[in-house]
Ligand binder design. Structure first.
Ligand SMILES: [Fe+2]
Ligand SMILES: [Fe+2]
Length: 368
């Protein structure tokens, strides 16, 4: 029988109704008239982005997806598609308005800790500076991969209709693998090695991984933990004894800024959609700030940073501790500002010793 396309309906006529083995064929995919059929996205200067294809109904992210399967959002989905056991089924559970753009940015800015750091240009450094850099890298390589483990713990529980959020978290997981890699490599690359690890870091990491909800976890990880690390990377110019470390911190900073941007915007979206979530986040941060302060008492990391900032052990008292206090002030100020942006004002709730840290709440608000 000849197969023809009906010029009016666009339907194919004369299609076989049985396979060669005798199974019935319904050709549903050939008839499936999608609402966006015929729409052809135009690639932009960057190529074809996820934003370019998020057009019409394909760009609509449902608040409460009707399915719990991996069926692609926008396809004709069988009503009896299986349940994958997702528990994060509300858009406000995971979404952030900037997440698709952040994914594209992440993909465009991937780098290699093997290739993109000029390892062979590492200069011989004074013994104290090399030790300090190795200690900072020991602690950093210890804490980096919590930011892989945490998204990984939640990702398979996230409804597949929030695909762009899951894809972004995949990039974060890869980014953190690279951070763990680059700091481990730096610890070993110049003849030093991995130095001391103590319990304070682990307390913070455990609090993050054990958070009860994804949004609490995000607040602890992105807003608090990664935000603090981001400010350290921002100080990379001052911390680095050579251009090699400067490049390392600069590259890691770009990645870290994306993770913090996602977390900030996710919390904001979650609170806007359901103001009751705010209290849940506050409770997580009440506890998180305490463990972060304990992490801050990690003297190995603190003194090593002070030595790098001061430019040697002999300048630690005259210069290093002061610059380290500046860094701390910056970290807490930008954390509080980030909370404001996320719609979770901590200024009147935090138990952080703002006065002791030299932080004026009005400055935080002025910086927004
Ligand atoms: Fe990181
Ligand atoms: Fe990160």
């Amino acid at each position: 029988m000849t197969i023809t396309e009906n010029p009016i309906t666009g339907e194919y006529e004369g299609l076989p109704t049985e396979s060669p083995l005798g199974f019935p064929l319904d050709w549903k995919w050939l008839r499936g008239a999608k609402s966006e059929w015929g729409f052809k996205p135009t690639p932009g200067p960057r190529g074809l982005t996820m934003l370019d294809i998020a057009k019409g109904s394909y760009g609509v992210i449902p608040d409460n997806p009707p399915h719990r399967s991996m069926a692609p959002r926008g396809a004709d989905i069988d009503p009896d598609t299986p349940d994958m056991g997702y528990i994060l089924n509300k858009k406000s559970d995971v979404w952030a308005e900037n997440v698709t753009e952040l994914y594209e940015e992440a993909v465009a800015r991937q780098w290699s800790a093997t290739r993109d750091i000029p390892w062979s240009e590492l200069p011989d450094l004074p013994n104290d500076i090399e030790h300090a850099m190795c200690q900072v890298c020991t602690t950093l390589t210890e804490v980096e991969m919590i930011a892989s483990d945490l998204p990984a713990k939640w990702m398979w529980r996230i409804n597949h209709d929030f695909l762009e959020a899951k894809m972004f978290l995949c990039t974060q997981i890869m980014d953190e693998a690279r951070h763990a890699e680059v700091f481990r490599k730096r610890a070993l690359a110049n003849g030093g090695g991995l130095l001391v690890s103590r319990g304070q870091s682990e307390g913070l990491l455990r609090t993050i991984i054990e958070a009860k909800t994804y949004t609490q976890a995000t607040a602890l990880l992105h807003l608090l933990g990664e935000g603090f690390i981001l400010d350290i990377f921002r100080m990379g110019e001052l911390i680095s004894p050579s251009p090699v470390e400067k490049r390392m911190f600069r590259m890691a900073m770009q990645d870290e800024a994306r993770h913090v941007a996602y977390g900030t915007m996710h919390i904001r979206y979650a609170v806007e959609q359901d103001p009751d979530v705010a209290e849940e986040i506050h409770e997580a941060l009440d506890h998180g700030e305490v463990v972060l302060t304990q992490f801050g008492t990690n003297q190995d990391f603190g003194t090593a940073l002070a030595v790098l900032l001061g430019g040697g052990v002999e300048h630690v008292e005259t210069k290093g501790f002061e610059l380290q206090a500046d860094l701390q002030r910056k970290q807490f100020t930008s954390y509080l500002a980030r909370c404001e942006r996320a719609g979770i004002s901590r200024l009147h709730r935090t138990k952080l010793p703002l006065e002791l840290l030299g932080i004026d709440p009005n400055t935080v608000l002025a910086d927004l």
